[in-house]
Design a protein around this ligand. Structure first.
Ligand code: G4P
Length: 319
């Protein structure tokens, strides 16, 4: 089942090609590491067009499933989604929960439930949690289903739209949940021509093209969290600075995976973050001519390993 993936591919890659990335290249020194910030700016080109498309498609659906990254539930939500989907039943999928701290994920589920938002932790890569999607939706949409039936519709089919920022796992989810490709929409009045719908289970159909909204960040922390997790590409910012900011967080958490993986001692962990980056380079044998630590290479390695959850299951944002 690749249709969803293929169609989503272009959109998925869109934020990797910002029109005017502003790159601030400044190497931090040991004693300015933590205070040093960089400006990450982003100018997505198709935001308005995409928003309009989502608004139009929303008229066709009964519910919206918003996928967010369980490691950064605040930063991976586009604030426009709440506004755009106002009045629609909404379910939140906390995806990539295999990489997030399980206790923090539980806190998020409870928090969202207090806000009257149904949230399900899922790991779309392995499929864990995905089986809860239809039962929760059915419960959420019970009244709506009953009202369709009361109007004389036999076996009414509920339509759901998947939305989320790029790289949160929309295509992975669609590919996992979609049973078969079927353009059932063709028979429906008012349905946009060309829209394809997947059958999810009896009584549920999903729009195969997920609504992609770009992340929004006026706030530096949001930009950094998106970059740490790989939701936005590192090329638009300085990799060493980003790694230093990540070390600021990791040295507080001291996860065993981080400490052991880079053979960091207690003495290392009290150093400035840039010095820790140099230690990581030394411990990994990443040296440049003259035996100096190759901090840039270490920065790439650290970010790659964080993104692959090799430094532990870490949630960066709590409710
Ligand atoms: P998108 O449509 O929202 O843009 O995201 P997509 O499904 O393409 O997923 C982005 C990346 O996140 C993919 O990795 C995908 O495998 C991974 N991913 C999605 N869901 C999960 C999850 O629950 N857990 C984990 N650990 N990863 C997940 P990739 O490296 O870009 O692609 P691939 O090598 O896996 O094909």
């Amino acid at each position: 089942m690749n249709a969803g993936k293929n169609r989503a591919q272009n959109q998925k890659n869109a934020p990797a090609k910002p029109q005017k990335p502003v790159k601030v290249k400044k190497k931090p020194t040991a004693n300015q590491s933590s205070e040093h910030t960089q400006v990450i700016q982003w100018y997505p080109g198709h935001m308005t067009k995409t928003k309009r498309r989502i608004e139009k498609d929303l008229k066709l659906v009964d519910a919206v499933a918003e996928i967010i990254d369980a490691r950064i539930p605040v930063s991976s939500r586009n604030p426009d989604i709440a506004r755009l989907t106002e009045g629609k039943p909404r379910i939140v999928l906390l995806n990539k929960c295999d990489m997030a701290d399980p206790r923090s994920t539980d806190k998020w589920v409870s928090f969202l439930s207090r806000e009257n938002v149904r949230a399900i932790p899922v790991d779309c890569r392995s499929g864990r949690g995905v089986d809860k999607f239809v039962p929760v939706l059915t419960e959420m949409l019970r009244d709506r289903i009953e009202s369709y039936k009361a109007k004389g519709m036999v076996n009414p089919s509920m339509r759901v739209m998947i939305v989320g920022i790029p790289n949160v796992g929309k295509s992975t989810f669609i590919n996992r949940i979609a049973k078969k490709t079927k353009a059932t929409a063709a028979d429906r009045p008012g349905v946009t021509r060309g829209n394809q719908w997947f059958t999810v289970s009896k009584g549920f159909e999903m729009l195969d093209t997920p609504g992609v909204l770009w992340p929004k960040f006026d706030d530096q922390t949001v930009g950094e969290h998106l970059a740490f997790t790989g939701a936005i590409k590192s090329e638009v910012m300085d990799t060493e600075l980003l790694a230093v900011r990540l070390i600021d967080l990791l040295k507080e958490r001291k996860t065993p995976e981080f400490v052991e993986r880079y053979k960091l001692t207690g003495d290392d962990l009290v150093l400035q973050s840039y010095e820790i980056l140099e230690k990581i380079a030394e411990h990994r044998g990443m040296l440049i001519s003259g035996g100096e630590a190759d901090a840039e290479r270490a920065a790439y390695t650290l970010l790659d390993e964080f993104r692959a959850a090799k430094l532990g299951r870490i949630t960066l944002e709590l409710p």
